[in-house]
Every structure is written in C-alpha cells, then in structure tokens.
Write a protein that binds this ligand. Structure first.
Ligand code: ADP
Ligand code: ADP
Ligand code: ZN
Length: 214
C-alpha cells in the first residue's frame, strides 16, 4: 500500500502517518525528518536545506526528488510506505509517478488532511518536537507524561524554529501556492480522499482506516 499524506503544515500529516505506519507495518518516510536529521549531522544536504527551511520556503525539487526515489527503492518499502511531506509540488509528484511507473508501480491513496488556516497557527505554537528522536507532541492535544520530556527517549522538547508564528504564516502561503494544486492532481487520478483534520487525533485516524480498509 503506497500512501501520500497531503495537507497544510501542522494539519496532522506526521501524526497520522506514524499511526498508519504502525498499524499496517510499513515505513513512515518524512522528508522534513530526513532534512532535520541531515541538519543535525551537519551534512552538505542539511546545510543547503536549512537556508530554505529557516525562511519557511520549500527546499528546491532537485534536492528532494532523488532522495525520495532512492528511499522508496529500498527493501523495506517492498510492501508499501506512507510518504509524509512529499510530494509538495507538481514537479515532485510527476517525478514520483514517473519513477514508480518505471517500476510498474503507482501511488494507491493520497489522503488530504484538511484543516483551515485559522486553526493551523494556533496548533503550531503548541507543537513540540523531541531534539533526539523527532517525536512530535502538542502541549494541549498530545501532551507528554512529564512536561518538556520526550515519552519515548527522555529527550528535551523544543518549539521548532520554523513553527514560530511569522514563519508559519509564510509556510501557509507557500502551501497554498505550491502544494495545494496537488489536490486537483490526485483528484484527477482518482486516488484522493479528503478527511476532516479538525477532529480528535483518534477520530481522524478511524476515518483514514475506513478509507484504507482494515
Ligand atoms: P510540516 O510537518 O510542518 O508540514 P515538514 O517537517 O514536513 O513540515 O517540513 C519542514 C520543512 O522542510 C518545509 O517547510 C520545507 O522547507 C522542507 N521540506 C520538507 N519536505 C519537502 C519537500 N517535499 N519539498 C521541499 N521542501 C520540503
Ligand atoms: P504536520 O506533520 O502536518 O505538520 P503534525 O502531525 O506534526 O502535523 O501535527 C501538528 C501539531 O498538531 C502537533 O503538535 C500535533 O501533536 C498536533 N495535532 C495533530 N493532529 C491533531 C488533531 N487532530 N487535533 C489536535 N492537534 C493535533
Ligand atoms: Zn525523543
């Protein structure tokens, strides 16, 4: 099962992608996580990506596409995967489709987690990420057992630099301009499913499971 998560920054793509990956036993591939790991490790890719991410801009397609195509060709992806944060532009979607078509494969579902902009800014200011393992929480909606300590690895939690309100607004604009057209793209391919992302995390997940089949 090959699944793409679509939605604005903060819509809950990552939260749902992790739950899907766990339930269906397939890898969760987050391009944002891959970039953040590269930044942490000081790689050339990380240095390049950071200059765009800090400004709330997309990393250029040529730095993203090969990375994802290589990743989905790895052995653990044989039974499918859930892509979170990719594709984010029409050229990325076309490149993915072409790479898959060359292998006789295709995307099965594009799930659009729909949350209005008004809710997003509020949500993002409460998002906390673990500096060590990347786990994501929310101070109100998905709190940790102990304040500011990761449940999974005891790491420290931070507010991502790009989750500050100024940058969130910028990212929302970029989303509407460059990523939202993918909704039409996948609607035309008849694989788009829209879910209401404003309900509770478990309610959103139940809706997705109904779409994917148990
Ligand atoms: P969010 O979870 O809030 O949607 P991500 O963690 O997916 O954010 O992405 C963080 C940043 O990484 C993006 O704002 C962008 O700069 C960069 N990025 C991630 N995925 C892509 C992609 N597919 N194309 C271009 N840039 C990307
Ligand atoms: P994305 O990957 O789309 O950027 P995340 O999954 O990181 O979004 O979610 C953004 C923030 O909102 C996180 O702090 C997360 O815990 C919280 N969140 C996710 N889904 C919901 C939901 N359905 N209701 C309330 N908060 C949510
Ligand atoms: Zn952690």
């Amino acid at each position: 099962m090959k699944i793409i998560m679509l939605g604005a920054p903060g819509a809950g793509k990552g939260t749902q992608a992790k739950k899907i990956a766990e339930k269906y036993g397939i890898p969760h591939i987050s391009t944002g996580d891959i970039f953040r790991a590269n930044i942490k490790n000081g790689t050339e890719l990380g240095k390049k990506a950071k200059t765009f991410m800090d400004k709330g801009l997309l990393v250029p397609d040529e730095l993203v596409v090969d990375l994802v195509v290589d990743r989905v060709n790895q052995e653990d992806c044989a039974n499918g995967y859930v892509l979170d944060g990719f594709p984010r532009t029409i050229p990325q979607a076309e490149a993915l489709d072409k790479a898959l078509a060359d292998m006789g494969q295709k995307v099965d579902y594009a799930i659009d987690v729909d949350v209005p902009d008004e809710n997003i800014v509020k949500r993002m200011s409460g998002r906390r990420a673990c500096v060590d393992c990347g786990a994501t929480y929310h101070i109100v909606y998905a709190p940790t057992k102990e304040e500011n300590v990761c449940d999974k690895c005891q790491g420290e939690l931070i507010l991502r630099d790009d989750d500050k309100p100024e940058t969130v607004q910028k990212r929302l604009n970029v989303y509407h301009e460059q990523t939202q057209p993918l909704i039409d793209y996948y609607t035309e391919k008849k694989i788009l499913a829209k879910v209401d992302g404003t309900t509770d995390i478990e309610v959103v997940f139940d809706t997705i499971v109904k779409i994917l089949g148990a």
